[in-house]
Design a protein around this ligand. Structure first.
Ligand code: SF4
Length: 146
């Protein structure tokens, strides 16, 4: 069966990329979105306390969804950056644990901002609505409540 990362690459046309320019680093002010698989991997790697339940509201704000999407994601620290961001680097990068949006995001790509259906954030967010991910989401809910 096609995995979430492959599905998102196919739907968005993105490819895994790594860039340390200032524009890309500034993207880390808002924690990048992970799929349920990404988040479960982070919990199992011991990062549960750096994650929190949240609601993704972009689709609602843009009038494309009638509700917000519940999910668990990395938290933002008081310094205004993602909890995994340190001195311009992502703590998760070398561990192979970077969430999908961060793996596929790049400062040169702007067209998707105008195509909601192809946008990276929506295609990651919709994984939290996909019933095939229900067992993973239930496991995340259980582990976060412990
Ligand atoms: S997880 Fe890494 S790439 Fe994603 S926002 Fe945080 S620091 Fe940036």
């Amino acid at each position: 069966m096609e995995k979430a990362l492959q599905r998102i690459i196919r739907k968005t046309g993105r490819k895994p990329v790594s860039c340390k320019c200032e524009k890309c680093r500034n993207q880390c002010r808002t924690p990048c979105l992970g799929t349920p698989d990404d988040i479960l991997r982070l919990i199992e790697a011991g990062y549960r306390n750096r994650l929190a339940p949240t609601l993704w509201g972009v689709g609602l704000v843009m009038g494309r969804l009638p509700y917000m999407v519940p999910m668990v994601q990395a938290i933002r620290e008081d310094n205004g950056f993602c909890t995994f961001y340190h001195n311009g680097l992502c703590e998760l990068h070398d561990l192979g644990l970077k969430p999908t949006e961060g793996r596929l995001s790049h400062h040169t790509i702007t067209m998707e901002n105008f195509k909601f259906g192809k946008s990276l954030s929506w295609n990651v967010a919709r994984e939290w609505l996909d019933e095939t991910n229900r067992p993973t989401i239930d496991r995340i809910t259980f582990l976060m409540a412990k």
